[in-house]
Write a protein that binds this ligand. Sequence first.
Ligand code: ADP
Length: 204
Amino acid sequence: MNIRSSILKGVYEYVNKLMSDMDPAHSIDHIYRVVSITKKLCSEYPETNILLAEIIALLHEMNDDKLFPPNQLDNVRDILSQLSLSEENICFIIEGISLISYRKHPSLTADVPLEIKIVQDADRIDAIGAMGIARAFAFGGSKGYPLYSINPDTNSIIKHFDDKLLLIYDLLNTDAAKKYAKERHKFLEEFRTMFIKELNEIDD
Ligand code: ADP
């Protein structure tokens, strides 16, 4: 096995172990989808380091304080240092993982490396379209949020569309992601329009 394959094997084993019992909105399947989208976006930019982008995509949930304790990135750093990665690459990966979250980093500055921008885009693409809608209803359902509410301050699932999902397209970093996300964004808009139409059909 070459060094690249053995590094990836180590990271996949680590992530599979930690993410296998997560809720459907953060499941290991979400990780694999983000990896797949990351690779597709990287293929449009030959200058990117696909190995580093793939590792950031695999580990991108490790900085989510809803899922892991605050010192989780120390644990990630320990694992990476056992995998023949240089200190420079480990710092790059840790920086990448820290910058993906929508809540903490709605947008990135221009100087952020392209690999990190691409993983952030890939994570956001998985939050929109049919897959994103399924995740929002799974997440909201697990929290007990109502589907909708007449009170605009109540945290309903359809409100999450206006608060986050419909804003994602304009916040994407790369042109390749915008191209990829176009159809998903349109589907999101259509779903919301239909949802509101059906709501308005309900008799008082
Ligand atoms: P991030 O950390 O990248 O901002 P989250 O962990 O907050 O993402 O969200 C994970 C998934 O749950 C996403 O698909 C997101 O759209 C969905 N989600 C988050 N908050 C809500 C909410 N209030 N209602 C419905 N879905 C939500």
